[in-house]
Ligand binder design. Sequence first.
Ligand SMILES: [Zn+2]
Length: 478
Amino acid sequence: MYDVLIRDTLILDGSDQPGVHGNVAIRDGRIVAVGQCNGEAAQVIDARRLALAPGFIDVHTHDDLEVIRNPDMVSKLSQGVTTVVVGNCGISASPVRIRNDVPDPMNLLGDAHDFCYPDFTSYRDAVQRAQPAVNVAALVGHTALRQNHMDRLDRTATADEITAMRKQLRDSLAQGALGLSSGLAYASAYNATSSEVTDLALELPRGGLYATHLRDEFAGILDAMEEAFDAARTPQASVRVSHLKCAGIDNWGRSREVLDYLQSTSSHQDVACDCYPYAASASTLDLKQVTDAYDILITWSESEPAQGGRLLADIAADWKLPLMDAAIRLQPAGAVYHCMDEADVRRILSHPLTMIGSDGLPRDPRPHPRLWGTFPRVLGHYARDEQLFPLHTAVHKMTGLPASRFSMGARGHIREGWCADLVLFDPARVRDTASFHDPIRAAEGIEAVWVNGRLAYDGQNVVARPGCFITPQASPAA
Ligand SMILES: [Zn+2]
C-alpha cells in the first residue's frame, strides 16, 4: 500500500533527460516506485497534463533566520522549492556572537537579538525545533567568523584571529555545516587578504564546499575568480561561484570570457556557479555601486523610510543633491541595481555548470522579485516562452545538478529509494508573477509540493512543515 500514487504524469527525473510518462509512488518519505507501478494507494492523484519533478533546490538563499521566524516558507514552497542552502555571501546566522552592531551585510539576515546561535549545533537545533516546511542546509560565513573574532572588519585578520576562526569553522563542519562561504566584495570582508581565506579553506575536507560572492563582479572578475579557485586548491575543495554575473556597463558582454574560464578550470577542479534569472541585483545600498549608468531602486532606508520604493535618481533630484550625497543620507538602506545585460544573464543561465539560486532577501519590505519568482521564471519565461533551453534542462539545473554539487545525498532525482521531495506543476501554465513593482506574489502553475513524502503545499496554501536539517552526504550510486 502506497501513501500516494501520482498517475499519468510527465516525469522529469532531474537528470537532464527528456521526460517520460508514467506513475510515481511514495511511501514513508521515499519514492518507492517509478514507471508502471499500479498498487493500492491511500491517495491517488491523476496528473495528466502535469509534470512531476524532484523538489527544487535553492542553492543560494539568505533564509538563515527566516526558516525559524516564518517556518511556513511560502515564498519558496509556492515556487516548488523543497530545500534551501543558507549561509551564503559570507554571512550566516551561526556560529555568531554579536559584539556591537550587526555589521553590513549581516543586517540582511536579522537584528542583533536574532543572532542567538553562538555555535552551529544551537542553530541546527533551532531549525529542527522550528520545523520549517523546507529542508535546510547551512554554510558558515567568513564574515560571520570575522565578526566573532575581530575588533574591526576593515583590516585583514592576524594569525591568532585566523586560528580562532579556523577552530570555529572546524567545529561547525563537525556539527554538520555544509561548507564555507565568503562575501569578499563587501566592506566587512574586502580587506581580508587572499591568504586569510586560503588559510580558512584548509579546514574544508576534500570535496567540501567553498561558495563565494566574488571580491569583484565588475572589471576585476577574472582575478576574483582566480582568487576563489586558488583558495580551494590545496584542500581540493569544490568552488561554487555565487550569483555569477557581469556587473556594470563597462563589463557587459564579458560573460563568454567568464564562462570560458569557469569551463576550462572545471577540467581539473570541481567548480560551478549559480545564477538568478534577472538582469538586476539587490543588496544593501553600496556606495561603491552608486552610478547614473542604470536605475537604482531604493527598497528600504532606515534613516529615510518614506523613500523606500523610489529610484535613487528621483530622490536625489527632489533633494537637489548629487546621487552620492543622497545615497549617504539614505543609509543604512537596501537597493536593487539594474546592473546587468540580458544577453549575459541568458548566456550564464544556459551554461551547463550553472545552477539556479534565488539570492532572495526575505526581510526586505520590497524584495527583489527573485524571492518569489526565480524558479517559475526559469521554467516558464526562459525555458517555455523564450526556449532558452528545454524544460528538462531547466529542471536539472534546479534538482539533479545542485543535489550532486551541494552534497545532498539521495535528493534531486526521481529514483526508487530516494527522498520524496517532489513538485507537480503545469508546464503550460507555470510562471512567475512577482515584479519589481509588485514583488510579493506567489507563482502560478505550481500544483502540489511534497517534502520528505508529505504534502507541504497544495497549490494554494502551506499545509504541513515536513522539512528537516540536511548535513552533507555523497549521492548514492545511481
Ligand atoms: Zn552575494
